[in-house]
Ligand binder design. Structure first.
Ligand code: FES
Ligand SMILES: [Fe+2]
Length: 428
């Protein structure tokens, strides 16, 4: 349970808020690179942390993320003409480059230098992997570019998607570190989803509905271990790394690609659920890639032309009561991603955490909230850089292992939880 002011602190990310300032310490995914496929292509509206921005790619291939609105009289530059190294407002022709600098005000004499005094807010936008990342904090504090393994492996080994989720970022993220729901909500999918089925670990998952959680601190955040019974008194451990503020990786199953998420606030009542899948040492097969495109695993199918899932709150997520009754899907909603999103959105745009009743399986959530609040406070009061900014903190992996009962996962799996180039994920 949280007090109201704690819930407000964690869920509000607009300009000037504590959590907003915390998020603004990191490089965060802003767009898929494919959204700006070529030079001078149409610009894209981007809303992040309640700021309305515009992304575009200029004639030289430079990426820009600038204020959406023209400095003259506030027209949305989404209508703009992306031409000759800048975006031109279609109302009176003011033009801006990728840094937001105004380069032309056609009505004013060139020699007046008027345009040099006009500059829109802008943020850097860089391509690493399949993602365009932005950093929205103070320029002098800009950290090194992101170092997540999924974004650094060769293109044929990785796939990234994003979907709109119509609720606050925190309740979405909390679903990502709550591995106890898998044995219930996703039980139907473990044996049928092409990106999940067939692993030995699934059997442990489905047999033991009372996992014991052990959460340990790590430099960038937490390792959340969920322990289930295996053979001969051994334990099957699923270990989820959480790196501040909102990165998680799902523990692997067999040789399937490993997947994970970021949950990035759009505003306080919407977020982007970013979902990636990669294999550390081999190319994705055609079947795997096609399954991801088709919305299997942690990906979804979309309302055409949007990133809104096809199953959404306006159609009750296409719930199928027959499938629910027959146990084909546990909740009646199809697909792992929408099973999660439907329930998280059902809590309302911002869940009231003063009313919850947490149990021992919620330990990961409790500790993550504390780390976030502590880091936000340290940043606000002493300017301390939060965990997860340092690229070393980003070099983590999830793991699934079977261990004898007397071994602590944090020691026995220490190496498995680090990125080891050329070595596959540790999986059962
Ligand atoms: S409003 Fe953009 S040029 Fe006038
Ligand atoms: Fe889930």
């Amino acid at each position: 349970m949280l007090r109201k002011e704690q819930n407000d602190l964690l869920t509000q990310t607009g300009p000037g808020t504590s959590m907003g300032n915390l998020f603004r310490c990191y490089w965060i995914p802003a767009l898929l690179a494919e959204e700006l496929p070529e030079n001078d292509c149409p610009p894209v509206r981007v809303k992040l942390f309640s700021e309305r921005l515009l992304a575009f790619r200029d004639t030289e291939g430079r990426y820009g993320l600038i204020d959406e609105f023209c400095a003259h009289r506030g027209v949305s530059l989404w209508f703009g003409r992306n031409e000759n190294s800048g975006i031109r407002c279609p109302y009176h022709g003011w033009k801006y480059d990728v840094t937001g600098q105004c380069t032309e005000v056609p009505s004013e004499p060139q020699e007046s230098g008027y345009c040099t005094k006009i500059k829109l807010k802008s943020y850097p936008l860089v391509k690493v992997g399949d993602v365009l990342w932005t950093y929205m904090g103070p320029p002098e504090k800009q950290p090194p570019h992101p170092q997540w393994e999924f974004a650094l492996v060769p293109a044929e080994q990785t796939f990234t998607s994003k979907r709109l989720q119509e609720c606050n970022w925190l309740q979405a993220m909390e679903g990502g570190i709550d591995s106890s729901h898998v044995s219930f909500l996703h039980s139907g999918s473990l044996n049928t989803d092409p990106l999940f089925k067939g692993s030995k670990g699934n059997q442990y998952n489905l047999k033991d509905m009372k996992p014991v959680f052990e959460v340990v601190e790590q430099p960038g955040g937490l390792y959340i271990g969920a322990r289930r019974n295996a053979e001969d008194g051994h334990y099957y451990w699923r270990i989820t790394p959480w790196v501040m503020p909102c990165f998680t990786m799902v523990p692997p199953r067999g040789d399937h690609p490993v997947h994970g998420h970021f949950w990035i606030p759009i505003d306080d009542e919407n977020c982007w659920a970013w979902s990636f899948d990669y294999h550390p040492v081999r190319a994705l097969t055609d079947e795997e890639r096609q399954a991801m495109i088709d919305g299997k695993g942690i990906h979804v199918r979309y309302v055409p032309g949007t990133f809104r899932p096809l199953a959404n709150k306006d159609n009750d997520y296409l719930i199928d009561r027959e499938a629910q009754r027959a146990g084909i899907t546990y909740s009646g909603v199809e697909g792992i991603a929408m099973q999660d999103a439907s329930l998280q959105e059902s809590m309302g745009p911002i869940v009231d955490r003063t009313k919850e009743n947490l149990v021992s399986t919620d330990n990961g959530i409790i500790m993550a909230r504390h780390r976030l609040m502590k880091a936000a406070r340290a940043l606000a009061e002493k300017g301390v850089m939060p965990p997860g900014v340092d690229p070393v903190h980003q070099q983590v992996r999830s793991a699934a292992v079977v261990l004898p009962p007397d071994q602590a996962f944090k020691d026995a799996a220490r190496e498995d939880l680090r990125v080891r180039p050329g070595i596959p994920q540790t999986s059962v």
